[in-house]
Design a protein around this ligand. Structure first.
Ligand code: GAL
Length: 655
């Protein structure tokens, strides 16, 4: 089994002469898998019900002939002009009531029965036609669901929302209770009175907004499931859909992962951002964890620059290779790019590609060829697994809820997660990023950064985890509301008070950083502070100045067989590292290797017979790592690795 290599292949943009060149260049570059057909709807069904699959048959046959597998798209990501022309009612509506027009892509209301019916008809034809095609490897349903159209507020969606609410709440009384509708005179007498949360004079009802976010995610998921079930009826090939970006608030990756055979991710770290690799690392650990550690597919990355940022930096020499191997190190079994051949026209003509405008004799394409060769040499790592001692908890409902307005302060969940993750990443500790409902007993340490919305079951499981010997780290504004956005009464954070050994009386969000005293060292707290009353917990850091001077900021509480840490503020990065190092000492969590240079990322994938150590130098200086084994990429024994800036090593460890 190889590590797959390839990209989005859009042959409809080119003539058959170019296809012939593609079929020479792809095998020469080591391409084994391409996503094909993603935007082909208008080309295979140019008029309603009039199909033209002839050219696409040729494309599939070409791929099979060249030994390249197809990640075959269901072609429904961009409805053709005739569909919205005949049925303008499929076009999505924004919260302010305005309609979105066609002219780009993903211009459909997810709840639209008309869109779904036309999509299903096409997918049925397609699945029937290509189910047994020799090129077919994977079904690629849709494309980046929820990327552009995240919610639709039209009347059709409103009716679908009411249906969804009936299923969730049963009766209007239960809904009124869950939504706290006595507040501001919002009581409903009938489901018919409920609308999507369209633009209102001021803050809407948070429970209403949260349910609409859940519904909108489900409505899009229904589109995916409809197409998945059709292809499954014809074919037993694995089904995936590529997640847009590392994490995307409208689409709950954990929920969606359960509906796929293999998960795939599109990742576009910014080459101009010196910490981009750490941000990507968080997303890769999350996506791997979304299916319990099963290998995942990097379905899209940019070979060089993208074209959708304000400034689009290309990838400096070495970065394409480094970042591709990073995905593999963190559990990917495929590295694919957007796109194979750089478009001549259209909105993405300045987006880099595997074959740039300049053709194959370019730096970009030579780097692609070299990467293809190198990935092919590492086939033995495919299907190996990453193991982690530490889990971070992440939850889409909580993310959606905590970023709503009218809270003590505006909080940014991804920034919060990253602040905790960075302290572990920089300490060379391997993490999983798991849902709040995950089984935790195998982890030595569990970190819960700002899980504002928490049902009692999760709180009980976290408490049991500590009682049983686990080390838990909880950050401020966690365990505050239930699944309906209702505060857990009895002193914050009520369901975690016992395990944390404290009570929070008031939130004191910080406009300016505040001094901290952490074991005699002066540090800084940011974002938040709070009035904590300890109830058994021991202060580890106290506020050094401000109104809370002398009061606890970070605490430690021994509970049952384990330990629970609490951070009432966001320590600045060095202090966060110091606190998490202390918690790690409680948990006995070690880095992947001792004495690793600061900028070297190290990860082990455990194979069936062997273990593989990946070493990635994200820094600008040469790094030396004491390790011995066999060099998988270069061949030959390894006794100490010297890694130049942006260099990568893959070492088969001694048994
Ligand atoms: C992705 C999308 C691709 C292409 C790419 C450009 O979001 O799936 O079709 O647009 O971005 O970076």
């Amino acid at each position: 089994m190889p590590i797959d290599f390839g990209g989005d292949y859009n042959p409809e943009q080119w003539s058959p002469e170019v296809w012939a060149e593609d079929m020479r260049l792809m095998p020469a570059a080591g391409v084994s898998l391409v996503s094909v057909g993603i935007f082909s709807w208008a080309s295979v069904e140019p008029r309603p019900g009039a199909y033209d699959f002839g050219w696409f048959d040729q494309v599939m046959d070409n791929l099979a002939g060249a030994g390249v597998g197809a990640s075959l798209a269901t072609m429904t990501a961009s409805p053709p002009p005739w569909l919205s022309h005949r049925h303008p009612e499929i076009l999505p509506v924004r919260a302010d009531g305005s309609r979105v027009w066609p002219g780009a892509r993903q211009h459909y209301c997810p709840s639209s029965p008309v869109y779904r019916e036309h999509a299903a008809r096409l997918v049925d034809r397609l699945a029937q036609r290509y189910a047994d095609h020799p090129a077919l490897r994977i079904w690629h349903v849709g494309n980046e669901y929820g990327c552009h159209t995240r919610q639709c507020f039209c009347d059709v969606s409103a009716e679908d929302f009411r249906r969804w609410l009936r299923t969730r709440h049963g009766t209007i009384e239960a809904l009124n209770e869950a939504w706290s509708t006595t507040f501001w005179s919002q009581r409903y007498a009938d489901f018919a009175e409920i609308l999507p949360p369209r633009q209102a004079p001021t803050f809407g009802n948070p429970a209403h907004h949260l349910d609409f976010a859940r519904f909108s995610d489900d409505a899009i998921l229904e589109c995916y499931k409809l197409e998945r079930d059709i292809v499954k009826a014809y074919s037993d090939k694995p089904v995936t859909t590529n997640f847009t970006g590392l994490v995307h608030k409208p689409i709950d990756s954990y929920k969606w992962a359960a509906e796929q055979d293999v998960v795939s991710l599109d990742s576009y770290p910014d080459p101009a951002d010196p910490r981009a690799h750490a941000e990507a690392a968080f997303g890769y650990d999350l996506i791997r964890s979304a299916r319990g550690g099963q290998p995942w597919l990097l379905m899209e990355a940019a070979p060089g620059a993208v074209n959708w940022r304000e400034h689009n930096a290309p990838k400096a020499p070495g970065v394409l290779r480094l970042w591709s191997w990073q995905a593999v190190a963190q559990g990917a079994d495929a590295v694919l790019f957007f796109q194979w051949r750089q478009a001549r026209g259209g909105a993405e003509k300045f987006h880099s590609a595997m074959v740039p405008h300049g053709g194959p004799e370019t730096r970009q394409h030579r780097d692609i060829q070299a990467l293809g060769r190198e990935l092919a040499a590492a086939a033995e790592v495919a299907d190996s697994r990453v193991r982690a001692d530490v889990a971070l908890l992440f939850d889409w409902d909580s993310w959606r809820a905590v970023e709503m307005p009218a809270h003590p302060a505006d909080l940014n969940v991804l920034e919060t997660q990253q602040a905790h993750y960075d302290a572990l990443f920089d300490a060379h500790v391997t993490c999983d990023v798991v849902p709040a409902t995950a089984e935790l007993s195998a982890y030595r340490m569990v970190v819960v950064p700002n899980l504002y919305l928490m049902d009692l079951d999760v709180a009980r499981r976290l408490t049991d985890y500590v009682a049983g010997g686990g080390v838990l780290v909880v950050s401020f504004f966690t365990g505050i509301v239930d699944e309906h956005e209702r505060v857990h009464l009895g002193g914050y954070p009520a369901p975690l008070r016992a395990v944390l050994g404290l009570r929070v009386d008031e939130f004191w969000p910080l406009a300016e950083p505040v001094g901290l005293d952490l074991a005699g060292v002066r540090r800084t707290g940011t974002v938040w502070s709070e009035w904590i009353e300890t109830e058994g917990a021991r202060p580890i850091a106290t506020y050094a100045d401000g109104e809370l001077a002398g009061r606890p900021a970070v605490t430690r509480h021994e509970y049952g067989e384990g330990v629970a840490w609490y951070l009432g503020t966001r320590p600045e990065p060095a202090a966060m590292r110091a606190v998490l190092d202390l918690a790690r000492a409680d948990a006995g969590v070690a880095p992947v290797l001792p004495d690793l240079p600061a900028d070297v990322q190290a990860i082990v994938r455990h194979g069936h017979g062997s273990d593989y150590l990946f070493l990635l130098n994200h820094g600008s200086a040469t790094a030396r790592i004491a390790v011995s084994g066999v060099d998988v990429l270069g061949g030959g024994p390894v006794d100490g690795v010297e890694l130049a800036a942006r260099d990568v090593a893959l070492v088969r460890l001694p048994a």
